[in-house]
Design a binder for this molecule. Structure first.
Ligand code: AMP
Ligand code: ZN
Length: 271
């Protein structure tokens, strides 16, 4: 099956509606660029959202790539300047968190929590019903395996091509249209279509566990990765059935939806 067919099949599986307003989280990398390009190509109503992390040349290059894509594809772009909104660059915020919470917290984990918090809040303010990210099959295989190695496969339960959280008006549904697509095919597709993409990895992505999983997943065939995702789908369905009583609270500090009294973002920001 080619990439475009698989992409459409995933959209069908998650029942994406052409009337939904979708905010595509654009990092400047190949995955989110291909996601926006294809959603637009297939007639979905999208706008772009980029978080400028303020990390020197890397961030400048990412921002330029996103601007170029949006200009070429006539996509309205919203830019969130982390320095203006939060007072500092992501590097500084992350280092401060690691100083107060201990070095055990990984760079990507901190950055991930902050980005998700920003995306949910901004998408809601802008009136979007869905957020699309560029996570691909390799990312998902790595996350799933990491959770299994940690002994906590249930951590993957709310993930999937569409988030399976309890419905909540403040929580914006996240979709991952590339969930079943191999990373290498996405790279080839972005090159074939000459999309403006930054191929470098984030300079702060130094999480050794993730790097180890990435190297391991590179040794797997596409079929093996697809089989891992089949396991994932079966397992997460079963876990979902057990979790009928899950309740969403609102964070006591920021008011965002959270499974706990205080959301992950505010737990990190607490001194
Ligand atoms: P990563 O965690 O960096 O692999 O990114 C996963 C997905 O999150 C990307 O495919 C994008 O959809 C989104 N994303 C990451 N960084 C940014 C950013 N700076 N601005 C907007 N979206 C982002
Ligand atoms: Zn909070």
């Amino acid at each position: 099956m080619n990439l475009e067919t698989q992409f459409k099949q995933t959209l069908k599986k998650i029942k994406l509606n052409k009337k939904d307003k979708i905010l595509v989280a654009l990092s400047g990398g190949k995955d989110s660029t291909v996601t926006a390009y294809l959603l637009k190509k297939f007639g979905y109503k999208i706008e772009g959202f980029h978080i400028n992390l303020g990390m020197g040349d890397y961030s400048k290059n990412c921002l330029n790539a996103v601007k170029k894509l949006c200009k070429e594809q006539e996509i309205k772009l919203h830019i969130y300047e982390i320095r203006e909104q939060m007072g500092n660059s992501m590097c500084y915020i992350r280092a401060a968190i690691q100083t107060s919470h201990g070095k055990g917290l990984k760079n990507c984990a901190i950055c991930g929590v902050i980005k998700k918090w920003i995306m949910n809040r901004e998408a809601r303010k802008l009136g979007f019903k869905k957020i699309a990210t560029g996570h691909n099959m390799d990312d998902e295989v790595q996350t799933f395996l990491m959770n299994i190695f940690k002994g906590s496969p249930q951590l993957s339960a709310n993930s999937g091509a569409i988030t399976k959280n309890v419905q909540n008006e403040k929580f914006i549904t996240r979709i991952k249209p590339l969930f079943y697509i191999d990373e290498e095919e996405i790279r080839e597709y972005s090159k074939k279509n000459k999309l403006p993409v930054i191929y470098d990895h984030c300079p702060c992505a130094l999480d050794s566990y993730r790097i180890q999983m990435r190297q391991f997943s590179k040794t797997l065939t596409k079929k093996q990765k697809q089989n891992i995702m089949k396991n994932f789908d079966k397992l997460s369905e079963k876990i979902q059935k057990l979790k009928t009583t899950e309740k969403i609270n609102y964070c006591e500090i920021c008011g965002e939806p959270s499974r706990n009294k205080i959301c992950k973002m505010c737990q990190l920001m607490k001194k």
